[in-house]
Write a protein that binds this ligand. Structure first.
Ligand code: TYM
Length: 336
């Protein structure tokens, strides 16, 4: 039997931040040698909110370059762009037709984002989880490594698989494969630097709320210096009254590679004035090799294009097979 398959993706909307890195990409890198992996830049998802056409293509390339810079290895993994494989959009249409509307209106992310959009909310935003399900199901992924905020979308994907197989597959011969989320305990929910009860997010209007992977040492120093803390001396994990403290210690733990026990012991008597410069230096050092590799890769457009061209061919071959299976099960005549 071959290796199990992994699929995951990130939207090319602006800069990636530490939440995307620690909740997703770093885990992809860690597990990639055990699986056959597909990592997608989900540009069709990026237009579910108003977007800037002048930067979409460049942002898409930047995310692919960051995947490589963070350590995605082409020996184990395929990197491709979602819109380069038309099967994603086509499977979305087919699955739309079996998705109950209330499954989508119940999604937490939809409700949160729709609230911000007011009357301008588009159908694409509502349909976003069906497109995500298509991304996963086309590759018959066994595992989907994501941050905590994607858990509900993975549950919807699983519900769709059961519904599809129930309606269109022969008993005991499923057409679609049931994927499992892989959500690591530590780092699955990195919080904002300005409010420890909100997740770190690309859409937060304040730049001070997040550290981007490409931030300069000066920016990182400034953001950590200004981040929200509390008035209590002695730093600790897991105190619900101190969400900022837990988040900053978690960042230090993950970026330094130290264990939770080591960090708890090291920081238990520290004040913020002592801890912040240590966290800033650790963050700068952890991001430095990623930034160096990113700048080398992004300069070499020809190389990046060849990676994505190869990725498209490999992804497309698998995606088209699944799509044909789905269409046959639904009773379509296949194209001549
Ligand atoms: P996106 O682009 O919002 O985020 C990409 C990945 O980063 C994780 N993440 C976080 N993890 C920890 N703490 C945070 N503060 C944080 N913010 C973001 C997300 O959980 C995600 O893993 N719908 C997806 C993209 C997608 C996808 C897919 C993922 C499209 N198709 C198929 C997996 C499989 C999204 O918008 O992620």
């Amino acid at each position: 039997m071959g290796r199990q398959r992994v699929l995951s993706g990130i939207q090319p909307t602006g800069n990636l931040h530490l939440g995307n890195y620690l909740g997703a990409i770093r885990n992809w890198v860690e597990i990639q040698s055990q699986y056959e992996n597909f990592f997608c830049v989900v540009d069709l998802h990026a237009i579910t909110l108003p977007h800037n056409p002048a930067s979409l293509a460049a942002d898409t390339y930047a995310i692919a370059a960051l995947y490589l810079a963070c350590g995605i290895d082409l020996k184990y993994s395929t990197i491709f762009v979602q819109s380069h494989v038309p099967a994603h959009a086509e499977l979305t249409w087919l699955l739309n037709c079996i998705t109950p509307l209330n499954w989508l209106t119940d999604m937490i992310q939809f409700k949160e984002k729709a609230l911000k959009q007011g009357e301008n909310v588009g159908v694409g935003l509502l349909d976003y989880p069906v497109l995500m399900a298509s991304d996963i199901l086309l590759y018959e992924a066994d595992k989907v490594p994501v941050g905590e905020d994607q858990k509900q979308h993975l549950e919807l994907t699983r519900d769709l698989v059961n519904r599809f197989n129930h309606q269109f597959a022969q008993p005991n011969q499923p057409v679609l494969k049931l994927p499992e989320p892989l959500i690591k305990k530590e780092g699955a929910r990195i919080m904002s630097l300005t409010d420890g009860t909100k997740k770190m997010s690309k859409s937060d209007p304040s730049e001070l709320s997040r550290i981007n992977l490409l931030d300069s040492p000066d920016e990182i120093n400034k953001k950590i210096k200004r981040c929200k803390t509390d008035a209590i001396r002695g730093l600790e994990f897991d105190n619900p009254e101190r969400p900022e403290c837990n988040n900053l210690l978690t960042l230090y733990m993950l970026l330094s590679g130290k264990s939770k026990e080591e960090v708890a012991a090291e920081c238990q008597d520290m004040g913020w004035g002592q801890f912040k410069p240590i966290l800033a230096e650790t963050t700068i050092n952890a991001l430095k090799p990623i930034q160096e590799k990113y700048h080398a890769v992004i300069k070499d457009k020809g190389y990046l294009e060849s990676v994505l061209r190869h990725g498209k061919h490999k992804a497309e071959a698998i995606a088209n097979q699944t799509l044909a299976k789905v269409k046959t099960a639904m009773g379509f005549s296949l194209p001549l």
